[in-house]
Write a protein that binds this ligand. Structure first.
Ligand SMILES: Nc1ncnc2c1ncn2[C@@H]1O[C@H](COP(=O)(O)OP(=O)(O)O)[C@@H](O)[C@H]1O
Ligand SMILES: C[C@@](O)(CCOP(=O)(O)O)CC(=O)O
Ligand SMILES: [Mg+2]
Length: 387
C-alpha cells in the first residue's frame, strides 16, 4: 500500500509578519502543490532503512532505523493523536542525525526541512523502515509557503497510515480528509513549521490544510466566501531568503521599538479586516468590481508600506513595484519578503496586451512571472497498491 498526498502553497493577500504578532491576515491557497508518497517495505524487501527522497533536488537520505532508535531512544515515544513540540534537546539529537547525511553546503537551509521530517516521522510512525518521496511544484524559500505544504503533505501521509486515522483505502482518486483528521494534520504540520520557521503564526499550514481563502488571527481561522474573482500576477524575484531569519528580524525590531511596532501591527490588522470585508461584499456589475479592485489596490499599497516599516522589503521587490506602477498596477510582497515572491493585482478589465507587456518587462529584469489559480482545494489524499 502506498499513500500519496498533495498540499497546496499559498499567497498572503494582507497581514504577513504582523500575523505572527497577533494581527489578522488574509491568505488563499494556490494551485501549486507539494506531493508526498509513503510506503512500507515488505518482508521480502529486507530493508531496515527510513528513506527520504527529495526528487526535484535529486537528493536521497537514508537512516538505518536502528541508528535512529539508538540516537533518539531518550526521547521516548510520542502519541500520534496528540501533536507535540520538538524540545530543544530533541532538536539537537535530530540535527545530529541530519548532519550525518552530509547535506551539501549550498543546501544547509534544507536541513531544517529534513529535521522537521524526522520529527514528524518518529512522532507519528515511530521506528519503522519506510520510503517517503517528495516532489513539489513550489519554489522553495520564495514566500509561497513551500515549508507549510511540505509539513502538511508529510504529516497527512504519515497519519493516513497510522492507527489514529480510519480511511477508505479502496477509494479511487483524490479524497478529502474529514474535519477531525484535518485538525490533526494541521496541528502536526504546525509543529513541523516551528522547526523550519522558529516562530510561525500557523497561517501557512492552516491555508495549506483547508484550502480556500481564509482570514486568520491568533490560531483562529474564518473561511471567506469571496465574491470577487481575484487575479494576481505572482512574480518571483528569485532573490533567496529565509523565513526564519526574517521573522526573527521583525521580532528584534519589535523589541527595540515596541510602541511604534504595536501601531504598525494594529494598522495591518485594520487593513486585513478591510480586505476580508471587501472580498466578501457583493459586486453585481463592472463598476462595483472596479471599485472593489481600486480599494484592494490601495490597501495592498498601504500594507506594502508597513512591511517596509518592518524592514522586510528588498531592492528587487521595489523594482517590481516601480515597474508595475508604470502600468498603474499595485504590487506588494507575499510571505516573508526580503526577496522571494510579490503579488500584482490584475484588474478584471485590464487588457491582455497590458498583462503581456508587464510580464515581458519584468522578465527582462530576470524575474519569473506566473498566474496561479487562487482559493482552490486544500490537502488531498489517494491510495495505491504498491507495484
Ligand atoms: N519539498 C521540500 N523538501 C524538503 N524541504 C522543503 C521542501 N519544501 C520546503 N522545505 C523546507 O522549507 C524551507 C523553505 O521554507 P521557508 O523559508 O519558510 O520559505 P517558503 O515556505 O516561503 O517556501 C526549505 O529550506 C526547506 O527546509
Ligand atoms: C512571515 C509569515 O507571516 C509568512 C511566511 O511565509 P513564507 O514561509 O515566506 O511562505 C510568517 C508566519 O506567519 O508564520
Ligand atoms: Mg515557509
Amino acid at each position: 500500500m502506498e499513500v500519496r498526498t498533495r498540499a497546496p502553497g499559498k499567497i498572503i493577500l494582507a497581514g504577513e509578519h504582523a500575523v505572527v504578532h497577533g494581527s489578522t491576515a488574509v491568505a488563499a491557497s494556490i494551485d501549486l502543490y507539494t506531493y508526498a508518497s509513503l510506503s512500507f517495505p515488505t518482508h521480502s524487501d529486507n530493508d531496515d532503512k527510513l528513506k527520504l527522497h527529495l526528487k526535484d533536488m535529486a537528493l536521497e537520505f537514508a537512516w538505518p532505523v536502528g541508528r535512529i532508535k539508538e540516537a533518539l531512544y531518550k526521547l521516548g515515544s510520542q502519541i500520534p493523536s496528540s501533536p507535540a513540540s520538538c524540545s530543544p534537546e530533541a532538536m539537537k539529537l535530530i540535527a545530529a542525525l541530519v548532519e550525518e547525511q552530509n547535506i551539501l553546503e549550498a543546501n544547509t537551509t534544507l536541513a531544517a526541512g529534513v529535521s522537521a521530517f524526522l520529527w514528524l516521522y518518529i512522532s507519528i510512525q515511530g521506528y519503522k523502515p519506510a520510503k517517503v518521496v517528495i516532489t513539489s511544484e513550489l519554489p522553495l524559500g520564495s514566500g509561497l509557503g513551500s515549508s507549510a505544504a511540505f509539513c502538511v503533505s508529510v504529516s497527512a501521509a504519515l497519519l493516513a497510515l497510522s492507527e489514529s486515522v480510519n480511511l477508505d483505502f479502496g477509494h479511487q482518486g483524490w479524497l478529502m480528509f474529514g474535519e477531525n483528521e484535518l485538525e490533526l494534520v494541521n496541528k502536526w504540520a504546525f509543529e513541523g513549521e516551528k522547526i523550519i520557521h522558529g516562530k510561525p503564526s500557523g497561517i501557512d499550514n492552516t491555508v495549506s490544510t483547508y484550502g480556500n481563502m481564509i482570514k486568520f488571527r491568533s490560531g483562529e481561522l474564518t473561511c471567506l466566501k469571496s465574491n470577487t474573482p481575484l487575479k494576481m500576477l505572482i512574480t518571483n524575484t528569485k532573490v533567496g531568503r529565509n523565513t526564519k531569519a526574517l521573522v526573527a528580524s521583525v521580532s528584534e525590531r519589535t523589541v527595540r521599538h515596541s510602541n511604534a511596532m504595536a501601531a504598525v501591527f494594529k494598522a495591518v490588522d485594520s487593513i486585513s479586516n478591510e480586505v476580508a470585508t471587501i472580498l466578501q461584499s457583493p459586486a453585481d456589475d463592472d463598476i462595483a468590481v472596479t471599485e472593489k479592485e481600486d480599494k484592494l489596490q490601495e490597501l495592498m499599497e498601504m500594507n506594502q508600506g508597513l512591511l517596509q516599516c518592518m524592514g522586510v522589503s528588498h531592492a528587487s521587490i521595489e523594482t517590481v513595484i516601480r515597474t508595475t506602477l508604470k502600468y498603474k498596477l499595485t504590487t506588494k510582497l507575499t510571505g516573508a519578503g526580503g526577496g522571494g515572491c510579490v503579488l500584482t493585482l490584475l484588474p478584471t478589465l485590464l487588457s491582455g496586451t497590458i498583462v503581456d507587456k508587464v510580464i515581458a518587462e519584468l522578465e527582462t529584469c530576470g524575474f519569473q512571472c506566473l498566474i496561479a489559480g487562487i482559493g482552490g482545494n486544500g490537502l488531498q489524499i489517494s491510495f495505491h497498491s504498491s507495484s
